[in-house]
Design a protein around this ligand. Sequence first.
Ligand code: ZN
Length: 465
Amino acid sequence: MAVIQSFGAAEVVTGSCHLLRIEKGPTILVDCGMFQGTVEDRNDEPFGFNPRDVDILLVTHAHLDHVGRIPKLVKEGFVGRIVTLKSTMDLAEVVLLDSAHLMLEEYQTRFRKAQRRGAEKSVKEPLYTPDDVEAVYDLPMIFVKYDEPIEIAKDVTATFRNAGHILDSATIELDIVEGGEAKTLVFSGDLGNHNDMVMPDPVYVKGADALYIESTYGDRNHKGIQESVAEFKEVVVNTLLNQGNVLIPSFAIERTQEILCILKQMYDSRELPTCQVFLDSPMAIRATRLYDTYHKELSRQCNNYLKRDGTIFEFPYVKYTLKPEDSKKINDIESGCIIIAGSGMCTGGRILHHFKHRLWNEKNALLFVGYQAEGTLGRRIINGERHIRIYHEEVVVRASIHTINGFSAHADQSELIDWMNHFDNLGKIFLIHGEYDKQRIFRKVIEERMGKKAHIVAPEENIYL
Ligand code: ZN
């Protein structure tokens, strides 16, 4: 009998890692993500299974909480095949290298400080290094296309469907024949929302004996996207007309591309005053170029832009500043800039340099377009902190602060329910990838609206297919 255990994203959002053991068949891991935020210490713990026993790793998409522990998996003995879309592994390389460099820098800083105290041995080694990331790419990989079933082992077929969440993200259907009996197991992956400017709508799936579905926003519905775009435009236009600059801390994948699309649309419709738009994040620049390369599965609007302009996201006001010296030059510009930079929650990256140079000036605007976790600098500013320290220097926050909550790469409650309602046959529902309290709300809603019971998967619990 096949059994599934979740070694991550069980009663929490991050660390996606689900192990499927098929009797007399292969052992399959679906995603191998990093734990983030308050549960990040779990990354240092053992996986809970032997990486050598895994034959196949299926990857739903390239977000760190779905791919972030793959280098650790390889370091600890995984030598099987990776099955996913090529674009996902290309984007994962950008994500994993960025994460490895950040961890290495942090390690080196701590090591230097500890050295002065004679306590080098107390410093924890990074989870993995850039070399460990490179080792992942030496493994055999099988690249799939959407909607084309592929036999990944005897009696096990995988079909990837477009989940519409980030570039080439997938829902994975696994058709398994065991003891003459056929069963379908579906992993939703992270599901996108409808009417996104960059991503197409998530593809519906026909049948599942068991569905593992994400539940990040199972407890709520998002504010309308149109309303959020209107708020965004208003802040941008008013700030520029008032001779100010707009600072936008942004996640490198999906949100950055969405923001660029909105600005391009404003440029097209002459709503955008003359300005300079800087994409000032090497990681976001690399990711954006991959969106251009793998444009086929993006929204119709993106493909129309590409056909018309030869590029999806660029327009005459946009500059990509890859080199540090080009980034520094932005400081000399007095007004009329829109600066999109990382990190998304202002915990590091180039956005901090722009904060130092511009937050003191009340003509400027700081525009939050993404979630700011508790404890991050972004959240502290939203909560009203007006004297912050950046690189040992005190900076006063006089710029106007704006938070736009309606942008999201995830389906909300009603979209998750709608997606499930499109199944012709839906067997058991298992909730993963969500905070426990929110999952309980979602479970109740599923029962009320669909008349079905859903089970919240506990960490390492055995679920028999
Ligand atoms: Zn994701």
